[in-house]
Design a protein around this ligand. Structure first.
Ligand code: BF8
Ligand code: SF4
Length: 672
């Protein structure tokens, strides 16, 4: 069971309100979004913030996960604790209904990440087959390393030959029928995790199979055992991690391994003098081409009176481009509509995931063109340009032309760009982090981090991830948790819309270190900075490790620390936090994080409270089995305290076990 030093803390959430100020339509704290929102409210333009108010109060059955819609005899709702109303029509009880509902969220998340991964894989395949002339292998070094990790021979072989084999392994990971482990998971996990997953029978063999099996397992009249259902969910969650590894590693091969890079964030990066194009969604396969096409078409923009083409990112497409190209990050999930409301966005080019259908409705009040690009993602009334890897550059140029045409129709009277933009340093791939640490210890770079933790200079590492959830004002959860952690000397790495929030507030800058970091974190970062004079950018308060699929990079760091310390992940002072989780993908990520052995804070309550059994398994029993557990806490300050508690407990125990091993000359204890 997880233990709490502060005895007022328990595995139950505090009494903090589940929805903060539900009738207040000013549901953002982002300073850029606030400026645009004021104009929207004055002009009676409806946004997500108004719809959030209108949706409250939300259905209590759905909120707790006790509404079953798995067959059309339903919906069945668990209305009483006992008696005939305590079960669905087929006799399914609360624990069955809650567990089925929640693992189906994991299935949705795994399918989403893995479709993204499949697209990257198809692009790599097209490249080796000669059908993707606009793409190249930007990082042969990453390809070599990846191939070696997967057990593929690299000696005296051409890059394309090696990539062909890597792609085959990736394809097999989607549809393998033999009971062999998922290669893109098995290659990267620790020995301890491998054994744990084999013993608990949750090692996935194929991504598509895990998702299909889970949907079949949870269909009407199949599995009603909540524990068995949860284990099925964890298997799919691990398949999600495998899909993320495919997405991250192959994107690095095709588009380059991120290195520290300076950029800026928040809506002020939209430039009134340029043709502005927002790329929104998740997949770098399209957006990397849009960036290249924009550079090539600068003159076309000048011809219509603009100074050039300004590409800005939204959500994880933004994070991908920020990490590799230094493209400005305009905004993140809950404030995506605000980009259109600046009146200066000429086109919003979208691929997949987290794109509000509302963007088209708003665009119709402006000159902005919304263009969808993927066969599985269309919005009524939006223009659709099918994006093909075989004609990528031409397709991307078409998208730029649409924006240039729209620019001509921009109404200067409607332009309202907030003056918010903040410098940031991003680009912290694991390779980049290791490189920085290696300037202090070239042979064992990760020991620089683990030593700082064992000595008490740092409290540990937290991976901040996840979305926006308007049960509280946008970004308030991220920023509050972050400030608590860094004040207490936690080294924070961030992805997705958590990274977006931090960047938009100017907290991803070297300047923020002096203002917000505790003494230990400050001295740690300054020592690294002094050892890395080649980094003219300085080191930021928080290291941006990428998009949501790049949570795999965060997991890689945790495992590198485990290997350095000679233990498995559950003993490493490393935790995860999603203060404003929203998407099914966040449920999948949180579930693999727990399974991989991380204490995982979630600041928006998932629908599990309808069953004490399911709640107990996820927040307590999981710790006994896997070493990780969910910390479901809606108050961000208390959430941060619980995270600190988990880190302190791990460091304390590790130090005791290390001392005992040294004193008695015995192997380091592996129990958690
Ligand atoms: O994949 S953090 S709101 S944008 S789901 Fe979506 Fe959540 Fe943002 Fe990126 Ni991730
Ligand atoms: Fe109701 Fe059972 Fe159908 Fe669910 S599966 S909707 S509980 S009858």
């Amino acid at each position: 069971m997880p233990r709490y030093r502060d005895l007022t803390h328990t595995a139950r959430p505090s009494d903090a309100p589940r929805v903060v100020d539900p009738k207040n339509p000013i549901r953002t704290t982002d300073p850029g979004a606030l400026q645009v929102l004021k104009m929207a409210q004055d002009s009676k333009i409806e946004t997500v913030f108004d719809r959030s108010v209108a949706q409250n109060p939300q259905c209590a059955f759905g909120y707790k996960g006790i509404c079953c819609r798995i067959c059309i005899a339903g919906p069945c709702r668990v209305k009483t604790e006992e008696g005939v109303g305590s079960r669905g029509l087929c006799g399914a009880s609360a624990y069955t209904i809650v567990s089925r509902n929640v693992v189906r969220l994991i299935a949705g998340g795994t399918a989403s990440h893995s479709e993204h991964a499949r697209h990257v894989l198809h692009t790599a395949h097209a490249l080796v087959e000669g059908h993707a002339q606009d793409y190249e292998i930007k990082s042969p070094a990453k390809l070599q390393k990846l191939a070696q990790d997967l057990g593929i021979d690299t000696l005296n072989r051409e890059d394309k030959e090696i990539l062909k084999d890597v792609v085959e392994v990736g394809y097999a990971d989607f549809g393998r029928y033999q009971d062999r482990p998922l290669a893109f998971l098995d290659a990267f996990i620790t020995e301890g995790r491998r054994k744990k997953f084999q013993h608990t029978n949750i090692m996935p063999t194929a991504i598509d199979r895990s998702v299909t099996e889970l949907i079949a397992q949870t269909a009407m009249g199949v599995d009603s055992d909540p524990v068995n259902i949860i284990f099925g969910g964890l298997k799919a969650a691990l398949a999600d991690l495998g899909g993320e590894y495919i997405g991250t590693t192959l994107s690095d091969v095709l588009f380059g391994i991120p290195v520290p890079i300076v950029s800026e964030a928040n809506l002020g990066v939209i430039n009134p003098k340029m043709v502005n194009i927002a790329v929104h969604g998740h997949n770098p396969v399209l957006s990397e081409m849009v960036v290249a096409a924009a550079r090539a078409m600068k003159e076309d923009a000048i011809k219509v009176g603009a100074e050039g083409v300004n590409i800005v990112g939204i959500c994880c497409t933004g994070n991908e481009l920020l990490m590799r190209e230094g493209v400005y990050l305009a905004t993140s999930s809950a404030s995506q509509e605000m980009a259109i409301l600046t009146g200066a966005l000429d086109a919003m080019v979208v691929d997949i995931q987290c794109i509000y259908p509302a963007v088209q409705t708003l665009a119709e009040c402006y000159h902005t063109k919304v263009v969808t690009t993927e066969a599985i993602m269309k919005i009524p009334n939006a223009q659709h340009i099918a994006f093909n890897t075989s004609s990528a550059m031409n397709d991307a140029k078409k998208l730029i032309s649409i924006a240039i045409e729209a620019y001509k129709k921009r109404d200067p009277k409607k332009v309202n760009i907030p003056n918010e933009r903040h410098k940031l340093v991003a680009g912290f791939s694991l390779e980049a982090i290791k490189d920085i640490l290696s300037k202090i210890n070239p042979d064992r770079p990760i020991s620089v981090l683990t030593d700082a933790i064992l000595s008490g200079q740092l409290k540990g590492v937290v991976l901040m991830a996840g979305c926006n959830n308007l049960r509280r004002a946008q970004d308030e959860g991220h920023i509050t948790v972050l400030k608590e952690l860094v004040k207490n000397d936690v080294f924070v790495i961030a992805t997705g819309c958590s990274a977006g929030a931090i960047a938009k507030f100017g907290l991803m800058s070297p300047e923020a270190v002096d203002t917000y970091a505790g003494e230990g974190l400050k001295s740690f970062l300054k020592t690294l900075e002094a050892a890395n004079p080649q980094l003219s950018t300085g080191l930021p308060l928080v290291f941006h490790v990428g998009s949501c699929v790049d949570n795999s990079r965060g997991m890689d760091l945790a495992m590198a620390m485990a290997n350095e310390l000679g233990v498995d992940v559950p003993k490493v002072p490393f935790a995860a936090s999603a203060p404003e989780a929203m998407h099914e993908k966040a449920v999948a990520i949180g579930s693999w994080a727990v399974t991989m052995g991380l204490p995982t804070h979630v600041g928006a309550m998932p629908p599990v409270e309808g069953s004490d059994l399911v709640y107990g398994v996820t927040t307590q029993i999981a710790h006994d089995v896997f070493g990780g557990n969910f910390i479901l806490e809606v108050d961000p300050v208390i959430g941060a305290q619980k995270l600190l508690n988990a880190l302190e407990y791990r460091t304390w125990k590790l130090n005791i076990h290390k001392k005992a091993a040294e004193k008695n000359n015995t192997p380091l204890a592996q129990g958690w």
